[in-house]
Design a protein around this ligand. Structure first.
Ligand SMILES: Cc1cc2nc3c(=O)[nH]c(=O)nc-3n(C[C@H](O)[C@H](O)[C@H](O)COP(=O)(O)OP(=O)(O)OC[C@H]3O[C@@H](n4cnc5c(N)ncnc54)[C@H](O)[C@@H]3O)c2cc1C
Length: 306
């Protein structure tokens, strides 16, 4: 009799890192919302990343890369296939002169703190942005003060065939909250070049930005950051507010009273409730202003199980 191994069993035999099944993604996303991952792996190292991607490629299994889940809405039915959780791997940080080499799993806040400590300026635009360096590069995270790829020299990744590649900044065609990576690739390391400045000045900028963020954004509640990209010449939050939607509630989800571009989880919100508010905001803003709001967050998974 030929025994067929499940995906979980195959990965368990191949990888050094943990392999979990039907793991709730709510506890792995900033929103605290979302159904389970069919299989979730925590690669222990580069070889694990390559091996997991190879299995997925051979068996045509979809792969979702997860950092801190701070820019994601996972739908209530969860994610079929493989979720590769990179929040515990690739945590190296190395400073050499004005350059910092950084693992993809390092928190943005940690990189920022290290650069301030070493009197290196450039990344302050990332003040208060949660998540990992991998997720930040994928979405070219930033603020009006600048985005992460502005300071990037190169990025090392593993493509979906399991091959390692190094790409220079200009090869990423970075834009507003986007960059172009080979499809399905996993960022594992990045290198930034910063400039020398007074550490006290850098710390002062960071604390001013944090105070401003705390005053204007609902940082005390669970969210996924800004839901929509700002349309050219305007602000999505202003348009949602102008449509009279601030404070609108659906179950445990609410369009923030503090900032129109945030949806917050007041407790026990479902993805369906958040999705309803997203669609309502898009429809009302379109009807009142003719502007089609584009999503900044990633929506992943299926609306219902099965
Ligand atoms: C309160 C709050 C405030 C925020 N403020 C800002 C802000 O000011 N500016 C801003 O730009 N964003 C902001 N965000 C959004 C979010 O923090 C950033 O987009 C962050 O960089 C996402 O990182 P992450 O690790 O959580 O990525 P995740 O949400 O886990 O993933 C985001 C995307 O990146 C991909 N990804 C993750 N890791 C990798 C990797 N190693 N290789 C390849 N792909 C990968 C995922 O597949 C997904 O497509 C905010 C979010 C919150 C909750």
């Amino acid at each position: 009799m030929i025994e067929t191994l499940s995906l979980q069993e195959r990965l368990h035999g191949l990888l050094k890192g943990r392999v979990l099944t039907e793991e709730s993604l709510a506890s792995h996303t900033y929103f605290r919302i979302g159904g389970p991952a069919e299989v979730m792996v925590y690669p222990a190292d580069l070889e694990d990343v390559k091996a997991a991607l190879k299995v997925a490629q051979d068996e045509a299994i979809p792969v979702l890369i997860l950092g801190s889940g701070s820019n994601m809405l996972v739908l209530d039915g969860g994610v079929r296939g493989l979720v590769m959780n990179l929040s515990e791997t690739f945590l190296g940080l190395e400073v050499s002169g004005e350059q910092i080499r950084c693992g993809a799993g390092v928190r943005t806040s940690r990189l920022l703190a290290l650069s301030a400590m070493r009197s290196l300026t450039g990344l302050e635009g990332l003040t208060g942005v949660p998540g990992t360096i991998g997720g930040a590069i994928k979405g070219n995270a930033g603020t009006s003060l600048g985005a992460i790829i502005d300071h990037l020299d190169w990025v090392r990744l593993v493509d979906r065939l399991g091959e390692e590649r190094c790409l220079a900044r200009k090869e990423l065609s970075a834009g507003y909250r986007t960059c172009r990576l080979p499809m399905g690739s996993v960022i594992v390391e990045a290198c930034f070049t910063l400039r020398r400045a007074e550490a006290a000045e850098i710390r002062e900028t960071i604390s001013t930005l944090l105070v401003r963020r705390n005053l204007t954004q609902p940082v005390e509640v669970r969210s996924a950051g800004c839901i929509f990209k700002n349309p050219p010449g305007d602000f999505a939050g202003r348009l949602v507010e102008h449509a009279g939607l601030k404070g609108l509630r659906r179950g445990g989800a609410q369009i923030s009273e503090k900032h129109g571009n945030f949806i917050v989880n007041l407790g026990g919100a479902t993805a369906a409730e958040v999705f309803w508010l997203i669609e309502r905001a898009r429809a009302e803003v379109m009807a009142k202003t003719g502007v089609a709001l584009e999503l900044e967050i990633q929506i992943v998974g299926s609306p219902s199980a099965g």
